[in-house]
Design a protein around this ligand. Structure first.
Ligand SMILES: Cc1cc2nc3c(=O)[nH]c(=O)nc-3n(C[C@H](O)[C@H](O)[C@H](O)COP(=O)(O)OP(=O)(O)OC[C@H]3O[C@@H](n4cnc5c(N)ncnc54)[C@H](O)[C@@H]3O)c2cc1C
Length: 406
């Protein structure tokens, strides 16, 4: 079967890519080894973060690095064995986090995230997935007065700089906004423009079903079977002129076969559901412990910050245990739903921008990954940009080009 484009990987990024190319009239086959939306795009906090105008920089102050080094920052954990394999990428991440470079990356990033809800909106509607989406924003809470003051100042700066909608909540207003929050809190920033999803994997599955209803084909296969066929590509029965690699955290390993070395910072994260306790109307971010609690169909999902570990290292329980305790101090969490926490990996690039564009030196191959902390948010946005580039030859945001990033 001859097709125009093969898209490898059925996470939020690959599925949105398939839809964007299809909308531009391409004949697309989506290749996924399991089911769409069952990996990283399943396990996240489900926040469509139209307010996340500045990507996560690596802390650079000695005090912050020292806290991380000593294991006192639950938001960032590490194991010694995980450092050598990622040392080059971590060093690049550190340098890219310098204020001037972070500000430059933020100018590009802001242009992407602020349109993210608009890019999801038509897909949510066409997929009939409106029941999964809440448009009420989320809360970033602070326990101490000083932390709330600092968070409020920073939120006001962000709102001014990027035109974001937010309000500050304290006392009775905070209790009214989220009655389930019974722990002692100094206040919260409510990011009003963000959306959240009650079943992130379900949303990707709904997008994948929409792609099929519109005539697209999903093939359950292993992307490593990809081979050259003339100037194009073959995978099983399918031949195509173009191939898009959207394998999330698996992308760097996959690309080694083409001699493309991708420096990736693989930030693992954990979640576990709890049921039988309080209800929440929207996600709550506890900055002090790097924890999010997000209301999902399966219960309250408690999620951790980043863990730097060697690939394949077994799960470690410390971070999720501390996150669970932190959330228990804020609300009635109920009982765990699963015996074991889930673990996945955020595919982060050192420069903090995702990649969307042609693979250097490999005609017909396109790279679309590295969305880090916000791939659930950004999938449809960078997919629209990549779709434009593949079909017109013009790169709408040159800063996302793999040649600029690698
Ligand atoms: C704890 C946590 C919380 C997060 N919270 C948020 C949030 O609130 N908001 C947000 O925007 N982002 C969040 N993220 C980040 C977000 O989840 C990721 O950036 C995003 O899911 C990446 O999507 P992806 O499609 O690139 O990767 P994936 O979803 O991992 O998709 C890659 C796909 O490739 C497939 N694949 C891999 N290898 C092969 C192969 N050989 N053959 C065929 N198929 C293959 C996999 O099965 C998978 O389906 C969070 C991440 C974590 C870990």
């Amino acid at each position: 079967m001859m097709s125009e484009v093969l898209v490898l990987g059925g996470g939020m990024v690959g599925t949105a890519t398939a839809l964007a190319l299809q909308a531009r009239g391409c004949d697309v086959v989506l290749v996924e080894r399991g089911l769409p939306g069952r990996e990283t795009s399943y396990g996240n906090a489900g926040i469509i973060q139209s307010e996340a105008a500045e990507p996560y920089a690596m802390p650079r102050s000695l005090a912050a690095l020292w806290r991380i080094a000593l294991g006192r920052d639950n938001g960032v954990r590490w194991e010694l064995a995980g450092l050598p394999g990622q040392a080059g990428a971590l060093w690049r991440y550190f340098r890219a986090s310098a204020p001037a470079r972070h500000a430059a990356a933020s100018r590009v990033y802001a242009g992407l995230v602020v349109r993210s809800t608009e890019d999801h909106a038509p897909l949510v509607e066409a997929a009939g997935a409106g029941n999964l989406i809440r448009r009420g924003g989320y809360l970033a809470v602070a326990r101490e007065a000083a932390a709330f003051e600092a968070a409020a100042r920073d939120a006001e700066r962000m709102a001014r700089a990027y035109g974001l909608r937010m309000r500050l909540l304290e006392g009775a207003a905070l209790r009214a906004a989220e009655p389930g929050l019974t722990g002692a809190l100094a206040g919260a920033v409510q990011w009003q423009g963000a959306w959240s999803c009650a079943d992130p994997g379900g949303l990707v599955a709904a997008y994948a079903a929409l792609f099929e209803r519109r005539g697209g084909r999903i093939v359950r296969s292993d992307a490593t079977e990809l081979a050259r066929a003339g100037a194009g590509w073959r995978l099983g029965e399918v031949e195509a002129a173009h191939c898009v690699v959207a394998l999330g955290p698996w992308s760097a390993t996959f690309l080694q076969r083409f001699g493309i070395r991708v420096p990736m910072v693989l930030k693992r994260g954990y979640h576990r559901h709890f049921a039988g306790g309080a209800n929440l109307g929207a996600p709550v971010v506890d900055e002090a412990t790097g924890t999010v609690v997000s209301p999902m169909r399966d219960g309250l999902r408690v999620l951790t910050g980043a863990e730097i570990a060697r690939p394949g290292a077994p799960k470690r329980s410390q971070q999720i245990t501390r996150s669970e305790a932190a959330i228990r101090s804020l609300l009635d969490l109920g009982q765990p739903v699963e015996a074991e926490p889930w673990m996945g990996t955020r595919p982060c690039l050192p420069g903090m921008l995702p990649m969307a564009g042609p693979a250097p030196g490999v005609p017909g191959l396109w790279l679309h990954f590295g969305h880090g902390h916000q791939g659930f948010t950004l999938g449809p946005t960078t997919a629209a940009l990549l779709g434009e580039e593949i079909t017109t030859g013009r790169a709408p945001v040159p800063a996302l080009s793999p040649a600029a990033i690698l």
